[in-house]
Design a protein around this ligand. Sequence first.
Ligand code: 4AD
Ligand code: MG
Length: 477
Amino acid sequence: MSKRIEIKKILTTEPKGQTVTVMGWIRAFRSKRFIALNDGTTFNNLQVVVDFEEYDDDFLKKLSFHACIKVTGALVESQGAGQRVEVLARDIELLGENNLEEYPLQPKRQTMEFLRSHANYRMRTNTFNAVFKIRHGLAFAVHKFYNDNGFYYMNTPIITGNDAEGAGEMFRVTTLDAKNPPLTEEGEVDFTQDFFGKSTNLTVSGQLQGEIGALALGKIYTFGPTFRAENSNTTRHLSEFWMIEPEVAFMDLEGNMDLAESFIKYLINHAMNHYPEELAFLDKRIQDAEKNMKKEERRPMGLLDTLRFVVDNDFERITYTEAVRLLQNSKPYKKGRFEFPVEWGTDLQAEHERWLVEKKFGKPVIVTDYPKDFKAFYMRLNDDGKTVAAMDVLFPYIGEVIGGAQREDRFDVLKNRMNEMGVDEEELGWYLDLRKFGGAPHAGFGLGFERMVQFVTGMTNIRDVIPFPRAPRLADF
Ligand code: 4AD
Ligand code: MG
């Protein structure tokens, strides 16, 4: 038996009529003579030429869409346009039959919603093939970027007792009997009797432990799953998502912005250099979808042009105070078209962020120095006593992709902030103490990985860039 050759390799092999064996899934038929075969090794299909006279009808019927076959035949130069080589099948073996009558997917365009409800099959489609290959590429590029820049990869705990963001959006981890938990004298659930001897939850961020690493190794990054029990059913929120959190000693907000910008540009460049076929496919997919849309609903630029534009241009950098001033002078504000109020002291909403990014500047915007009241306790208080050294990186279509800050490195100021914001000093005593025993100025940020994948692939729903999305009332597979 000749050995199987990967299709990626075959497509670049000199065709001399040599015998080859390939295995893969049938993507399409054409003219009752050609099979497009894909084995996942490349985005492109191998053309297999079948002499239908050679096989009986029962067998041919089984060569259906998404069935898995093994083909042995001669590798020759292709007669048709569109591909360089093809395989003239001599022997076809059915490895995995596919009963098309019962199969949920069909060889036609299907909606994203439909495919989402069949996540066990959707990776077989061209779109998801492209998306998940690019997702892999971006994950690889994350490690490469930080490794090449002297950062250390640090794993922070998934189970923790703290709420790093102080937003109370946590999934509890417990082994207590939900029906009959032990109670304290006050009638509260007694978590001292729980598995870890205290109340624990899935982490919302690895940052606080990451700071421990930065204050010892200088430059670290985390890349792991994070969990948020916020009841947001939007195209940008997941209950389980992956976050990359670099943390750097001796870095201020300015350095933090520079790092964020060069990191994002590196990721986009990597995708463009390594996944041109996948990106071209996704670009065309969006253009096709936009054909039926009104002009104002279409993107101003195609996917690849957008990516190139982001890589080639500096991000805009403005303070929160400037952002509010710009918004208050904007047309939609004056015409009362914003749903949410714009006034100094309230958080920017998605509609405001989109106006800044898509209308005002037409490129990514970094907003800094937000009021302390709606930002996390760990951000460094500015000299005005009102704002903190925070930064959000805002992207077209997606909104916030990065949230970060220079950290409060002064013991007394941090202690005050923790008290002010009701942060449990007992649980986070170790964090506060980092400021007492050899502290250092430091900064970092968190990039939402799925939002980044969304931007690079142009997918409109975040649930379509993670293989098995978790969201309110959704935990299949
Ligand atoms: O802005 P966030 O909440 O910041 C932090 O967690 C900090 N501890 C990061 C740091 O400074 N080390 O979250 C960071 C990013 C957001 O900008 C967004 O891209 C993403 O994480 N994110 C989500 N992505 C998907 N679904 C959600 N529910 C998300 N919540 C935040
Ligand atoms: Mg944020």
